[in-house]
Design a protein around this ligand. Structure first.
Ligand code: NAG
Ligand code: NAG
Ligand code: NAG
Ligand code: NAG
Length: 543
């Protein structure tokens, strides 16, 4: 009888769920998000494995978690916790995921995380942490991801993360670090992703060289870096993504970069380079994606700047507001380039030979003060083809796309302000009055010359052989050849080898559907931690 009663009681307890929560007793989960709770509810199923307590008003975890020994997942994000106290997680030997982001935690003490031996992912982002005791992480032997984004950390104690030898991802962005915390993380040789973005780093000098053999992604954007030791990055032999955007570099740190033989993606946006010198990215043979945008002072790119980057696929040169020209043959060493973006610069004209049109998939040129004259007739033709495709609904993927909606003429006078796509060939083309006439005359002359040469040269030669060599006829012939060449030269600027003159167009490419190009087509330097699946709630598997 008593046993029976106890059983009933136990079953009742099992089914208890505070009114503001939603419980799933099969999966042993409780959802109490946004429930105006001020304390951790203590009447949940003691076997519970997952509790979501985000968006409440909980201010302390003191003595409240001891009721639940089987927790694997605990979300306390967006509460009002000011201190974690001491040993409050001591019974949580199974806890793997702990989210404490967006609270008011100021310090982590020696025993704050005592007992969390299974913890894999710890989120402490957006608190007010400025002090972390030397031993605070001493039991976190399983930790793989540590998020400290958005705190007030100036430095980390030496060997702070020594116990976390399995750490793979460390986020220290948006803090006040003055130096790379080399001594705190030196034992974390499994690190794959590290972010020090949005700190106060000025330089990485000899004392702070990192040696992380498995590091793939290093974020150093939005600091005030102006100096990298030549060996600053040489201990990062696996590095694939490097973000040095929005720093104070006045020159491309070529020497520091050159050892990064696996680098795929490099961002240098928002620095203070005035030039990109020859072979600026020396030795970066695997480089695929290069961001060189928002360089306000950039006026010159050397035509040999990219010669080492034989695998380059995409380059962004947008918003370089002082850049008036691109060197010819800039992309000649980049046989794989498919995406070139030079939006919002100061280009007034574009030479067709700048762009390897036969392999490009994206060409973005909007926002430049282009003079819509005969020099960009090639572009006009490409835009018209694209427009026609759009109107006739012929869409083909995999072909050249141009941001035609944003290509606006800044001259000559009558065309100022109009869309290149809306202009007519005669408006953009070489003025009929002059060039066309000259061309017509030229072609007639060529024809005449050829006729003359073929009809009369033979007989003349024969005659010449009979008589003495005739100086005058020879003279006449070479002069006509000269005219011939001149005419060809005259046509050449717009008839270079890439020119898309009507007969070539068909041969060359079918242009795709004319769509307003997708916002930022894609950011291929996609960093591991930008992957949405990483931010998603961990999927708990019960065994
Ligand atoms: C970094 O550059 C900014 C903008 O030019 C300047 O205001 C700041 O003083 C520079 N900081 C350092 C540390 O060089
Ligand atoms: C077209 O305009 C550009 C920029 O003003 C100029 O450099 C170029 O010589 C012009 N081309 C012709 C054929 O007039
Ligand atoms: C183009 O395709 C869209 C839908 O795909 C259709 O609504 C439209 O009528 C088509 N236009 C022409 C000209 O075929
Ligand atoms: C922690 O919670 C915050 C706020 O809900 C969320 O943005 C963040 O992605 C969570 N962290 C993890 C690791 O899931």
């Amino acid at each position: 009888m008593l046993v029976f009663l106890l059983l009933i009681l136990a079953t009742a307890a099992r089914d208890l769920c505070p009114t503001r929560c939603r419980c799933n007793n099969e999966e042993l989960q409780a959802f109490c998000a946004n429930a105006a709770l001020e304390v951790v509810p203590i009447q949940l199923n003691p076997e519970i494995r997952s509790i979501d307590l985000s968006d409440n008003k909980i201010s302390t975890v003191h003595l409240t978690l001891n009721f639940y020994h089987n927790l694997i997942f605990l979300d306390l994000a967006r509460n009002k916790i000011q201190t974690l106290g001491s040993s409050n997680f001591e019974s949580q030997h199974n806890l793997k995921y702990l989210n404490l982001s967006s609270n008011d935690i100021e310090a982590l003490s020696k025993d704050s995380f005592k007992g969390l031996r299974a913890l894999v992912d710890l989120d402490l982002s957006f608190n007010k942490i400025d002090e972390i005791a030397k031993n605070a992480f001493r039991e976190l032997h399983s930790l793989q991801i540590l998020r400290l984004t958005g705190n007030q950390i100036i430095s980390l104690e030496d060997d702070l993360l020594e116990p976390a030898k399995l750490l793979q991802e460390l986020y220290l962005n948006s803090n006040q670090l003055l130096n790379v915390p080399k001594l705190a993380i030196r034992h974390c040789v499994k690190l794959k992703v590290v972010s020090f973005s949005q700190n106060l780093l000025i330089s990485i000098d000899e004392d702070y060289l990192l040696a992380l053999p498995e590091l793939q992604t290093l974020e150093l954007s939005s600091n005030v870096l102006n100096n990298l030791h030549p060996a600053a990055l040489s201990g990062l032999s696996s590095l694939e993504n490097l973000d040095l955007s929005d720093n104070n570099f006045t020159a491309v740190p070529t020497v520091s970069l050159t050892k990064l033989s696996k680098l795929k993606c490099l961002r240098l946006s928002g620095n203070f380079f005035t030039t990109v010198p020859p072979v600026a990215f020396r030795g970066l043979f695997q480089l695929k994606y290069l961001k060189l945008d928002r360089l306000e002072l950039l006026t010159k790119i050397d035509s040999r700047a990219l010669v080492d980057n034989i695998n380059l696929e995409e380059i962004w040169l947008d918003d370089n507001i002082a850049l008036e020209t691109l060197p010819t043959r800039l992309f000649h060493g980049n046989p794989k380039i498919t995406h070139i973006s030079v939006r919002n610069c100061k280009l007034t004209t574009l030479e067709v030979s700048h762009y390897p049109l036969d392999q490009l998939k994206w060409l973005k040129l909007g926002g430049n003060p282009l003079t819509c004259n005969c020099s960009i007739l090639w572009l006009w033709r490409l835009v018209q083809i694209q427009k026609k495709r759009h109107l006739s609904n012929h869409s083909a993927t995999n072909d050249l796309m141009i941001d035609a909606d944003d290509i606006i003429c800044d001259g000559p006078e009558p065309l100022t302000g109009s869309l290149l796509a809306d202009t007519t060939e005669s408006q953009v083309g070489c003025s009929i009055g002059r060039l066309a006439a000259v061309c017509a005359v030229g072609s007639t002359l060529i024809l005449l010359t050829i006729v003359v040469v073929f009809l009369y040269c033979g007989p003349l030669k024969k005659r010449a052989r009979k008589k003495n060599p005739q100086q005058s006829s020879h003279h006449h012939r070479s002069r006509s050849q000269n005219v011939d060449e001149e005419i060809h030269h005259y046509e050449d600027p717009m008839a270079s080898k890439y020119v898309i003159s009507p007969p070539l167009i068909g041969e060359y490419k079918t242009l795709p559907h004319w769509e307003p190009y997708t916002k930022e087509n894609s950011d291929f330097c996609a960093h591991q931690y930008n992957d949405p699946s990483h931010n998603a709630r961990p999927h708990i598997v019960y065994v």
